[in-house]
Design a protein. Structure first.
Length: 474
């Protein structure tokens, strides 16, 4: 960092207004206007590194051009401002709100940012945190809760993280509890009104938090997800605009991201939150009182996998809804199993899915078992507490969810097949649909359009807070 020379009283001189502004643009400051020595050093630095020397000898008439040039440098040069991460492109629709200065998020809008992590690289984690600090108003964040779940000391990063903000708390699980219980532990320690879950390999973008907060203020029973942009696993400094679509499940509980069969379903330039039949489960905002009322998560689920299914079923079927907000953008490092820094035990995931199917799938349980026959005789433990909670919450049945939330999943229920399997044992007639694991054809667009019209009519007649769906794609 540049430090002013310790001047004598004779050498002190006041900077011009424009030179003071120049320092502020570049992120430096100097008290009482006494910064002549700093200006000299700074001009030399700029001359060598950034600008041609001729520019720095510009006349007073040209000084405004120098200021404009430096402003462009500031906007394009992350290293100059010491961001510590590559600034991503602005991927929001043009219609999204840009000025949040006087936004009213309500009296109960403090945020706990929760990040569980296991064997994450410091490059990814540090850039994740630096992006949050850069793009998030500090007054909105009450605390950071980082859950080190069974990390060795070299992957805990406690000293580095707590040095980045006084609001950071690192909770260390000496033994791995698993992602699900790590989240539960974090929420039990959270004190803010709104829970925001992130992952340690993300880059939040401009004004990412404000749309989420405004949405949960308007709709306290919403679970709101940002639109996920793409960071390729080969290069964390790259960032690409994510596709338009929504999250949903196949009948084997495989999570998929799809665009609806009707190409006109979503407007790429809309700033309205869009309904999503499911949540991906890792990155979202939800009110803490709503979380606690729904009783997340089933404590008998193990380690990793299924929390997104439970969240989907409880939110949609027990009085809320799930949105994807196009004006909140978060870049996510999408990793295949070979690049994941920890192992996922597939039988454990299937165990969790089977518990959820027994609790939530109702008459459609055989559809899941058709694709996961090993679960028919699996020891799942006692599911009665979860069924009792579902009854106490007054949750709707699976048929309602299919009818009024995910018409594609409803259609696919009668088209399930096993790719590569023998036809007499439920095999597919043709190759599986690209990116899918249990169908060989897709719902026709005209059928989808008809069902969506029915769904819109249904939601327009429901006795819900008008703010929940005003301007909403439902």
């Amino acid at each position: 960092a540049l430090k002013p020379h310790n001047p004598s009283s004779r050498s002190l001189a006041r900077c011009s207004h424009d030179k003071m502004a120049l320092l502020r643009i570049l992120g430096f400051s100097c008290g009482s206007g006494r910064c002549c020595c700093t200006i000299v050093v700074l001009q030399a630095l700029i001359a060598v590194v950034l600008l041609a020397p001729s520019v720095l000898t510009a006349s007073a008439h040209e000084e405004s051009g120098l200021m404009n040039a430096l402003m462009k440098v500031k906007k394009s040069s992350s290293y100059l401002r010491g961001l510590g991460f590559k600034k991503p492109p602005d991927t929001r629709p043009h219609s999204c709100r840009r000025n949040w200065r006087n936004a009213d998020f309500g009296p109960n809008s403090s945020v706990s940012i929760i990040i569980p992590y296991l064997h994450e690289s410091w490059e990814h984690f540090s850039k994740t945190m630096k992006a949050i600090l850069h793009f998030t108003p500090d007054n909105l964040i009450k605390e950071f809760l980082f859950i080190s779940d069974g990390n060795e000391p070299s992957f805990t990063y406690e000293a580095q993280l707590t040095a980045m903000s006084p609001k950071v708390r690192v909770i260390i699980n000496e033994q791995r509890l698993g992602l699900i219980k790590a989240k539960m532990k974090a929420v039990s320690m959270a004190t803010a009104d709104v829970l925001v879950f992130l992952e340690a390999h993300t880059i939040v973008n401009r004004d990412w938090l404000e749309p989420l907060l405004l949405r949960v203020k308007e709709s306290p029973h919403a679970l709101v997800q940002p639109t996920l942009d793409i960071i390729p696993q080969e290069n964390f400094d790259q960032y690409y605009r994510g596709a338009h679509g929504h999250w949903r499940f196949e009948w084997n509980m495989n999570l998929i991201f799809t665009s609806p069969p009707d190409g006109g379903e979503f407007d790429d330039e809309s700033d309205k939150p869009m309904p999503s039949p499911a949540t991906s489960g890792g990155i979202f905002a939800i009110r803490r009182d709503w979380w606690n009322r729904l009783g997340f998560y089933d404590p008998e689920m193990r380690e990793w996998g299924g929390d997104h299914v439970e969240a989907t079923m409880k939110v949609w079927r027990c009085g809320g809804h799930i949105d994807v907000h196009p004006c909140s953008r978060v870049g996510h490092l999408f990793r295949d199993p070979e690049h994941r820094p920890y192992n996922v035990d597939v039988p454990t995931v299937v165990h969790n899915y089977a518990r959820l199917a027994f609790v939530w799938w109702d008459d459609y349980l055989p559809k899941f078992q058709q694709l996961k026959p090993e679960t028919k005789h699996m020891q799942l433990g006692d599911v009665s507490p979860q069924k009792r909670l579902r009854e106490e919450l007054g949750c709707k049945d699976m048929g309602w969810y299919l009818r009024y939330v995910d018409p594609e999943m409803e259609w696919e229920a009668s088209h399930i097949c096993i790719p590569g399997g023998a036809r007499e044992h439920g095999g597919c007639e043709r190759a599986a649909v690209h990116g899918r694991s249990c169908i060989d054809r897709s719902m026709p667009a005209e059928e989808y359009q008809s069902r969506r019209a029915e769904i819109r009519e249904y939601w327009s007649t429901q006795a819900v807070d008008v703010n929940d769906f005003e301007g909403h794609e439902l």
